[in-house]
Design a protein around this ligand. Structure first.
Ligand code: EPU
Length: 434
């Protein structure tokens, strides 16, 4: 590429300009959970009845899912945080590759399409920046429910043999507690004939949210939130009104924003039990937390390092590993951060180093030596949570940082700079047109 072109593209890159060093105050408002909303939207495929979802965050991923569902014949309307979906004229079981590509949650469509229509053809979501992210467990589960599945030319084709077009209940034991596999199998089995069980199921709050909404649609699901989920299949489901749970990862990001800027901030709404592992680590590194019914107030102390190992829920969430590491770069002493869920989720380390952080990386373990203050730099967020971590680092750094990677950030944080600015941050968005 000619040098001049590459420079002008650099200048044109959308980015946030963050003037660090400002204390935050008051309250940070948490939107609905992205990863709940995405899977709840796909559940609309299971019924002819209308689904009215409230507290849906305004994110590019949500629009991506709306586009995918529309391509299948679902009628979708959005107004601010409410989304209406109705699949009374489901005419297509094959979302197009260009919509599916890049939105991993789109693969979730395979479960409800198979349950409702008896066939589905969904392109593989492919690898992503943070790891290979296979769908082996999803496919194994669908096969156990009686589907014939083949993977050819990057597309998964699944169908239910026989005239009834109904999957058959089965006992499924997952090799690993995959969130997506649990959700896919759950959605496929609610309309199956007979009873299914999912052992070693993911226990994440988003799985519980899905089970709760499916029950509101007439399904019979019990045990979600624990390691064994039981599903008694029903013949049909109806529509419902449902409100998405608050986003625990956004809430965690905001609590870390308070801690890294050494500010007293209330974060709400939050379901505190969804964040126990994170709250414990915040306390361990010297923060005081005041928890009330609707929110959590963080009062920072003299912060020191802690060790983190990411794990499936209820362990410390991988989605907060990068943001928490940003905090630890400014906490006294040594912290060891180990990423156990994804093989390639340490890309923020090099960017934090550019801001002066002292981090040694060995494979998926980072040894962080806290320094008194980061210094501003132009940095690049290579995935959603890495970008969030760099925003947090920018809030605490001396000087003006430029954080790019907004295409990632906007997938998962609804109006992040608007919310942070209302709380005292100084962030400008540069979004060149054209
Ligand atoms: N895995 C397998 N085989 C499988 C499926 C998964 O080995 O068949 C492995 C994956 O490779 C990964 C681990 O299991 O190492 C966890 O994957 P999981 O399937 O649980 O994750 P997911 O369903 O693809 C969801 C969230 C992620 C979040 C993870 C873990 C959605 C849309 N995404 O992904 O969110 O990190 O659960 O909690 O729900 C994010 O929001 O930034 C994000 C990446």
């Amino acid at each position: 590429m000619p040098a001049a072109l590459s420079i002008s593209q650099e200048i044109l890159k959308p980015h946030l300009e963050i003037q660090g060093g400002h204390t935050l105050s008051r309250e940070l408002k948490v939107s609905g959970a992205k990863n709940s909303a995405l899977v709840l939207m796909t559940s609309a495929l299971l019924s002819e009845g209308p689904l009215e979802l409230h507290n849906v965050p305004q994110l590019t991923d949500i629009q991506g899912m709306a586009d995918i569902l529309s391509s299948l014949g679902v009628r979708v309307k959005r107004s601010q945080e409410t989304v209406w979906l109705q699949a009374d004229d489901l005419h297509h079981a094959e979302p197009p590759y260009d919509l599916v590509n890049g939105l991993r949650a789109s693969f979730f469509c395979i479960g409800p399409l198979l349950g409702r229509l008896g066939h589905a053809k969904v392109p593989l979501p492919g690898g992503c920046r943070i790891g290979a992210r296979p769908v082996v467990e999803h496919i194994r589960g669908l096969k156990a429910l009686g589907a014939m599945v083949k993977v050819e030319h990057g597309v998964v084709t699944a169908s239910v043999p026989g005239t009834s077009r109904r999957l058959k209940g089965a006992a499924i034991v997952l090799d690993c507690p995959s969130v997506g596999a649990t959700e896919t199998i759950l959605m496929a089995s609610v309309l199956a004939e007979g009873t299914s069980t999912i052992e070693n199921a993911a226990q994440e709050p988003e799985v519980q949210d899905l089970a709760k909404m499916l029950n509101a649609m007439g399904a019979r699901v019990s045990g979600a939130g624990g390691p064994i989920i039981t599903i008694e299949g029903v013949e049909r489901l109806h529509g419902c009104n449902y409100s998405v749970i608050p986003d625990r990862i956004e809430a965690g990001t905001f609590l870390i924003a308070a801690a890294i800027t050494r500010s007293i901030v209330r974060v709400s709404p939050v379901i505190p039990e969804h964040l126990n592992a994170v709250l414990q680590k915040l306390r361990d590194c010297g923060c005081t937390l005041e928890i009330d019914k609707q929110g959590i107030t963080l009062i920072p102390g003299d912060l020191h390092g802690v060790d983190i190992i990411t794990q499936p829920f209820p362990g410390f969430p991988t989605d907060l590993q990068a943001p928490f590491m940003a905090l630890l770069t400014t906490a006294k002493g040594t912290s060891v951060v180990t990423e156990k869920i994804y093989e390639n989720r340490m890309q923020h380390v090099a960017e934090l180093q550019r801001m002066g952080a002292s981090i040694r990386l060995q494979g998926n373990t980072a040894v962080v030596e806290g320094i008194p203050q980061l210094s501003a730099a132009p940095v690049s967020g290579n995935d959603l949570r890495a970008a969030a971590a760099l925003v947090l680092a920018g809030l605490a750094a001396r000087g003006i940082s430029q954080v790019d990677g907004l295409n990632h950030l906007d997938r998962g944080y609804d109006g992040i700079e608007t919310k942070l600015n209302a709380s005292g941050a100084h962030i400008l968005r540069h979004q060149p047109s054209g």
